[in-house]
Design a protein around this ligand. Structure first.
Ligand code: NAD
Ligand code: MG
Length: 403
């Protein structure tokens, strides 16, 4: 039997198909020899790009989440394809019986809706949208337990940890939030971080860095928002929170190490002192393909490491004074409740303001900190309440920016 026939074909809903992860996901689908198919594609505004992708991948359903987006590029496709406009379109598309796996690759808190609906419908959620877990980690993990929906990590660090954890539990053990049976064997998770473009920049100069400098990530090519999050290290803060929910570990057991080469994607230190790491080129197609294939290993489009060259792999403890986002992330991971929704909302507003030239780079984390310090913490907010808190925090962050 050929390797590509090992399991049934999987039909994928690619949420955020026009973005960086969406495109990498489609590369993986295109290289899968028909094993993976694109059943649903979504985009927010880029309807011309969506039309082009629909021509290549022939999905049954398209969703354009911004109801005001230009519909003309999709006019011809409307004869053969079901097209939904507005965020509500995600609900039906994601829960359709024609979908096996949902690749959650929308950016920001807007991604939570699709993640929620996918788990509610008991689907497998290949999760790139870490903001879903930052906002509503406790509720999403509870929902997955209730419906039997699985959350598979796409974020490269969490994929690496998942792979490292496979060394301490039987291969057939079911994966799920909390991963019963493995927690007591883990001394710590070590998330690696490139350190972004400002790792060695004198602190006094961070006041003056430009948008172009902040967008010039040394090792990964990604969407704008996560690229700025990497420069502030808010991305690593969010990954601490993400790991807390995905692996059910307290934040004291989640460490960060700067690794400028982005070859070691993360590590697990076990109680016997052994450290298991996953290495590979910095190419998101690898963790995406692992998740879309249900964590089964198959050949794929990611380039292997070049072993003919000498390379140095550095691991440097982070300077948390330079990157206050890391301790903010630990605090939110420890507190849970409403903290994640508030910080995520403040960060989205602050990043957008920085990209628009309205605030200096070094104010982004400060705004998140201030909004968190001023908000009335709630331990067990409902999903509706989290959306409400998200709206309030966005308004407050706007007010801080206008001051
Ligand atoms: P991107 O900006 O390149 O793409 C975002 C996608 O989301 C686009 O398809 C866009 O149309 C859609 N979108 C934007 N706003 C929307 C809204 N309000 N409603 C619905 N759809 C909307 O972003 P990206 O870099 O691909 O990142 C996507 C997610 O994956 C983020 O959560 C990010 O943190 C995570 N992630 C990205 C990478 C990476 O390498 N790019 C790595 C790890 C995790
Ligand atoms: Mg990551």
């Amino acid at each position: 039997m050929g390797i590509s026939q090992k399991s049934d074909p999987r039909r994928i809903a690619v949420l955020g198909a026009t973005g960086s992860i969406g495109q990498s996901g489609l590369d993986v689908i295109a290289a899968s020899h028909g094993r993976l198919t694109a059943a649903v594609l979504t985009a927010h505004r880029q309807t011309a790009k969506l039309a082009e992708l629909a021509g290549r991948f022939r999905p049954e359903v398209l969703v354009v989440t911004d109801p005001d987006a230009d519909r003309t590029p999709l006019a011809d496709l409307a004869k053969t394809t079901r097209i939904f406009y507005g965020p509500e379109g995600l609900d039906e598309a994601v829960s359709s019986p024609e979908v096996d796996i949902v690749l959650a690759a929308i950016v920001g808190g807007a991604g939570l809706r699709g993640s929620w609906r996918a788990l509610e419908a008991g689907k497998t959620l290949a999760l790139a949208n870490k903001e879903s877990l930052v906002l509503a980690g406790s509720l999403l993990c509870g929902l997955a337990r209730k419906t039997g929906g699985r959350i598979l990590p796409v974020d490269s660090e969490h994929s690496a940890i998942w792979q490292a954890l496979a060394s301490c539990r039987p291969a057939e053990a079911p994966y799920g939030p909390g991963m019963p049976g493995s927690g007591e064997q883990i001394r710590r998770l070590i998330l690696t971080a490139s350190g972004g473009p400002f790792r060695n920049r004198p602190l006094a100069e961070l006041e003056r860095v430009t948008v172009a400098e902040a967008l010039a990530h040394p090792t990964w090519k990604m969407g704008k928002k996560i690229t700025i999050d990497s420069a502030t290290m808010m991305n690593k803060a969010f990954e601490i929170i993400e790991a807390r929910w995905l692996f059910g570990l307290p934040p004291e057991k989640i460490d960060v190490m700067i690794h400028p080469q982005s070859i070691i994607h993360s590590m697990v230190e076990f109680i016997d002192g052994a450290v298991v790491a996953q290495l590979g080129t910095p190419d998101m197609r690898l963790p995406i393909q692992l998740a879309l294939n249900g964590m089964e290993r198959l050949p794929g489009p990611a380039a292997p490491l070049d072993w003919s060259m000498t390379r140095t792999l550095e691991l440097i403890p982070p300077d948390e004074g330079r990157f206050p986002a890391i301790s903010l992330g630990r605090r939110v991971a420890r507190d849970g409740g409403s903290a994640g929704a508030v910080v995520n909302a403040a960060n989205e507003v602050a990043v957008a303001a920085f990209l628009a030239g309205k605030i200096p780079f070094c104010r982004i984390t400060g705004i998140c900190q201030s909004i968190l310090d001023h908000h009335q913490f709630e331990q067990e907010p409902s999903l509706e309440r989290l959306f409400e808190l998200d709206r309030q925090a966005r308004m407050e962050a706007q007010a801080w920016i206008s001051d």
